[in-house]
Design a protein around this ligand. Sequence first.
Ligand code: 13P
Length: 332
Amino acid sequence: MSTTSTETARALVAPGKGILAADESNPTMAKRLATIGLESTADRRLAYREVLLTTPGLGEHVSGVILYDETIRQRTGEGLTFPEVLERAGVVPGIKVDAGTTPLAGFPDEVVTQGLDGLRVRLAEYAALGARFAKWRAVIRIGEGRPSPTCVDANAHALARYAALAQEAGLVPIVEPEVLMDGPHTLETCASVTATVLRRVYDQLADHRVRLDASLLKPNMVLPGTTSTDRPDDAAIAAATVAVLRDTVPASVPGIVFLSGGQTDREATARLDAINRLAPQPWELSFSFGRALQAPVLQAWAGEASHAEAAQAALRHRARLNGAARRASYTP
Ligand code: 13P
């Protein structure tokens, strides 16, 4: 019996598990590899992703992995595709389908995500390559007069167009409107911008007839800007985050999977734990971390094949801690 989209969405937020975002575009992966002093080549990206995704026991606390276009087409040393590797480990393969951001004409310092042209065809191809869910990231910046309502609308509209197309192709859409942490803004400002963005996103998803029970939301946590003097504790961050989500996210959404967005791995895990202390909520509250899961793995690996086991142990460790945070039982 084949799995329905609703079942896939639920599996992605199964208790004690969350998503590993390993969908860095080539330019982003080049930045990550530069942090360990390495140049980014197709072979090196393959070597790194192979270490990451062949981690023994990956499926214990990782429900799904988001892949990048290059990765979903590559093969491991054993000749398997990554969707095959993941399915064998009981992990759901997913794919980033947006084509990154571009400046929004007429709106200085604002961006809109592109990639709708030809998306129907690409989604069908990704489904044939084994992807069962998709991700599209919109980016909202807070600043002087920003975000403009036009920027929020343009991004919400694109997210809804994408989500409807993903469901048409049988993939579960992860809807990711990221309000960035950059800037001196307060926690309250982030809360009000995040609420405005989520309201517009769910308006647009409804207009485009997206089935919310077969979708997931990937939002930012509500945080003060990185250069703000505001220093709320994790309990205050959790309370602000949950308050915004309760005001804006329909209860039929099976799960909310936070991005880490530049928080350290420990911060992201501690805050996920604090958020889950506020259970029960209408939705599962989980993770879809990139940097907060991978930073220690990259450091341990450092481009050395002989470090593969240590790197995999680092991934298992972070995944286990985040699995504990889902039950509000994380101890640093
Ligand atoms: P971070 O957790 O590093 O923010 O990455 C998550 C992600 O997939 C961003 O699109």
